[in-house]
Design a protein around this ligand. Sequence first.
Ligand code: TEU
Length: 571
Amino acid sequence: MTTASADPNDWWRSAVVYQIYPRSFADHDGDGTGDVRGIIDHLPHLATLGVDALWVSPWYPSPMADGGYDISDYCAIAPEFGTLADAEELVARAHEAGLRVLLDLVPNHTSDAHPLFQRALAGGPDAPERELFHFRPGRGDGSEPPTNWVAMFGGSAWTRVTEPDGTPGPWYLGLFTPEQPDWNWENPAVAEMFDDVLRFWFDRGIDGFRIDVADSMVKDMSFPDLPIDPRTGVATLEKIVGGPLRDRPEVEHIHRRWRAVADSYDPPRVFVSEAWLTPAPRLAKFVAPGRLHTTFNFDHLNCAWDRDSLRGVINATEKAYAEVGAPSTWVLSNHDTPRVASRYGKAVTGRMFDADGNVTDSRVGPGGWQAMLELPTDLALGRRRARAAALLELALPGGAYVYQGDELGLDEVEDLPDEARQDPTFARTNHEIWGRDGCRVPLPWSGTEPPFGFGPGTGQPWLPQPARWTGQTVADQEADPTSHLALYRALLAERRSDPALRGPDFAWVDDAPETVLAFTRGDAFACWVNFGPDAVELPAAYAVVLASEPLTDGRLGADQAVWLRLSRPGR
Ligand code: TEU
C-alpha cells in the first residue's frame, strides 16, 4: 500500500486549505469590516477545526470595486484590514499553530487607483506607463470599443479614457470591471514587477499563493472579435478553446517563471491556480512538472449532486492529474459561488458530466448561478447533502478546500436588500444578476442576534446577517455534538490520523448498490455515499467510523455518507 509522502515539503499534496475572505471573517476593531487581527483572534478555531493551511483572499489596499480583487498596492495591507506588522504577526502565529499561510496573487489586472495606472492616465498619449496596460485606439472615429468583448461582470471590456487636455483618448482593457485594468504581460517590466511581489511576501515567510485567473494573463495581441453566444446575445469571454483571452499556450512561460522563484526558497513555496477551465486535462497541464503545484478543481464544484456525474468528474480528475504527476484537489465552494448547503437543496444542483468528465449540459455557467439561485431551496435537504458531500470531499485523494462558513453549513443569503448588495455584477447588470454577496455575509461566531460576535459590541457588519442564523454560530455548534462543525472537526481529525487518507491510493468498489458511490483508500478504509431514495445495506466486514448523520437500523439512507474501516477480513 502506498501511504502519504514522508517529505514535509510535500504537505500541499494532501492539504486541507481553509479559505478566509478577510472582510467577512472576523472584525477585531469594530468597524464592521473583518481584519487581520480578527483572523489572529480566531486562529484557535482553525487549529481546532484541523485544517492544514489557510488561504487569505486579497487583503491589500483596494478601492473595493471588486471586493479586494482590485489591488492598488500589492505589497501592503489595506488600512481597514490592519498593518503589515499585523500580517507578519498572523503568519508567525499561524505557523506556531501548525497552519501554513497562502496569500492571493492577482496578476491579470490591478486597480485603476494603482499609481502606475494613474500615471498612465495623467501622462497623456505618450506616457510610458501606458505600455504596462492594453491601451488601444477605438474603432471607426475612435468612439467604438476596439473589440466586442464583454466584461465578466457586465458591460464592455473596454473603457475610453479622457486625456489630460480634455479630449477623448484611446480605450483600455479590463476583463472584469473598468476599475480593474488588465496588465500587459507582453511587457517584461510586468513580469519583473510580479517577481518582486512574490519575493516580498515569500521573504515574510508565507508558504505560497493562490493565483487569481491564472489562465488569462496572455491575450491575442491581434485583438479579434469574439463570436456572439446565442444564449446571452453577447460576446462571451468564457470557455472558448483557442480563444484570444484564456488558456493561451504562452501562460506556461509565466507559470514556469513563478515556479522558479518559488523553488529558490527553502522550503520551496507553492501555488494553487484558479482557472475555470474544463474538462480536467485542460486544467491538469497547468500543474505539469515545473509549472504550478495544484489547481482548483471547479468541475467538482460545478458538478450536480448526482452519482454518475460525480463519478465521471472523479474519474476524469484522477486520470488527468495522475498523468502529470500532480495531486487532485476538491472544492465545493468559494467566495464567488453560491453556498453549497443552498445549492444542494435546489431542483438543479449543478452541471451534469458524462463518464469521461465532460459537461453534458449548461444549466450552470455564465449567468447560470442566477438561474439556480432563483430556484426555491429545501435547506434541510441541502444541509443533509452538504454533510454527505463533506465526507465525500475529504475522503478523496489529494488536497481539499473549505470556504469559511461551510464548516458551519451556512446557507446562501439570497434575500439581501438591494441597497446592501456590493458585488459589481449587481449594478453592472441592471440588478438582473444578484452576484456574490450572498456567500460573503460575515460569519456568525456567538450570541443570538446580529452581529453574532462578528465584531465587538452591537455594531452591524458591512453586509447584514440574517436573523435566521440564530443557533448556527460557532459557539452554538461547538456545544452540539451533532452540528455541522462537530462533523467537520471529526472528519478532519480522522483524516489526519489515517495515512491512507493522505496517500494516493484510490479504487472504486464496483459491487456497491447502483445508487451508491463507493471507494476504498488503501486496504482498510472505504467511503460510501448514497444518492438514491432508498436505504441500502453496508458491507458487513466494515465498521462505521463516521456517518454524515445517524443511520437508521445500520442502513445508509438517502443523501447519507459514511466512512468505514475494515473490522474483519474476508468481506
Ligand atoms: O474569479 C475569477 C473568475 O473568473 C470569476 O469571475 C468566476 O468565473 C465567477 O465568479 C464564477 O462564479 C476571480 C476571483 O475569485 C473573483 O472574486 C474576482 O472577482 C475575479 O477573479 C477578478 O479578480
